[in-house]
Design a protein around this ligand. Structure first.
Ligand SMILES: [Zn+2]
Length: 113
């Protein structure tokens, strides 16, 4: 499923509100499809290094089959890190990243998927 930059326009304010609650660590969540509606679900960051990385329970991924994975960057731009690109490509799931510092979203999706 190819997403468009504005696919999550209506969810972004909600997502941002959630992500900026944790300025000291990366926060994460998923977007899944419920009928024709995109739904955002907050998930716990299970990473050991929450300032720089995030980790979502694989059971959540399996259960919801998300159309997109969401996480925040604290000090970096919203552009995906090398690890983000690798993980997104391996999972075949686009990443929506929000930068707290630059107050911007970036939707990354591997065009070859
Ligand atoms: Zn990242």
């Amino acid at each position: 499923m190819m997403l468009e930059e504005n696919s999550f326009r209506e969810l972004k304010p909600l997502i941002k509100e959630y992500l900026i609650k944790s300025p000291q660590q990366e926060s994460c969540g998923i977007i899944y499809l419920d009928g024709a509606d995109f739904v955002f679900l907050e998930t716990e960051n299970l990473s050991d290094n929450k300032r720089q990385t995030f980790c979502i329970d694989p059971q959540v991924i399996l259960k919801y089959n998300p159309v997109c994975i969401v996480h925040s960057h604290i000090n970096e731009t919203a552009y995906p890190s090398d690890i983000d690109i690798l993980n997104s490509s391996e999972l075949c799931i686009p990443y929506l990243i929000y930068s707290l510092r630059f107050d911007e979203f970036y939707l990354y999706q591997n065009k070859s998927v």
